[in-house]
Design a protein around this ligand. Structure first.
Ligand SMILES: [Zn+2]
Length: 190
């Protein structure tokens, strides 16, 4: 196949050269209103075309490659409680592959994934919607995480942070300790 970015021949959808140059991660931290820390690795605009491949076979591979290139090295040198679990945001599969579950799977050597432990009761799409819409259309998350667990939230994109904060609230209500959140890309609207 050919690399999705440079079109050179490659064994994977993203070639090694692109991963180490244009896809070199730029880790950033954002603190949401609730106090939740979100670590992201790319600016949304930088990888928007790649993120649009999600829910496809190639998209799952691309997400795994991006997480391996960014989240994994970051977590390896990051200090957090042992035995923490990774909770993908609503890994309900709509069309093929659940993007957040792919990310959680890729970092499983460091954070044990709890698939399907946080499901949205409302599957409204948030893509392209403004803050007011997001805030008035809550996800109504249902958590099956156990009290006292240390967890890390995992999602592909953080935009307003509404979804992550709603997830945090539901989990904390159930006595779960939300350590921080990981997002592949930050799409903060300035
Ligand atoms: Zn390439």
């Amino acid at each position: 196949m050919r690399c999705h970015l440079c079109l050179e021949l490659s064994w994977q959808p993203l070639c090694k050269k692109c991963l180490s140059t244009v896809l070199e991660p730029t880790p950033a931290k954002r603190v949401l209103e609730s106090g939740l820390k979100v670590y992201s690795f790319y600016q949304y605009a930088e990888i928007a075309n790649l993120l649009h491949t999600k829910h496809t076979y190639i998209g799952a591979k691309i997400f795994a490659q991006l997480a391996k290139n960014s989240m994994l090295p970051f977590l390896k040198q990051f200090d957090f409680p042992k035995g923490a679990y990774g909770v993908p945001i609503d890994d309900h599969v709509r069309h093929g592959y659940a993007h957040s579950a792919v990310l959680a799977h890729t970092i499983k050597s460091i954070i044990k994934p709890l698939y399907g432990s946080l499901r949205a009761g409302n599957h409204q799409t948030y893509s392209g919607q403004k803050l007011a819409f997001r805030q008035s259309h809550k996800r109504n998350f249902i958590s099956t995480c156990k009290e006292g667990m240390d967890i890390v939230l995992i999602d592909d994109i953080v935009t307003t942070g509404t979804t992550l904060q709603e997830a945090q609230k539901v989990l904390e209500k159930g006595g779960v300790n939300v350590l921080f959140a990981l997002a592949l890309a930050d799409a903060k609207e300035n």
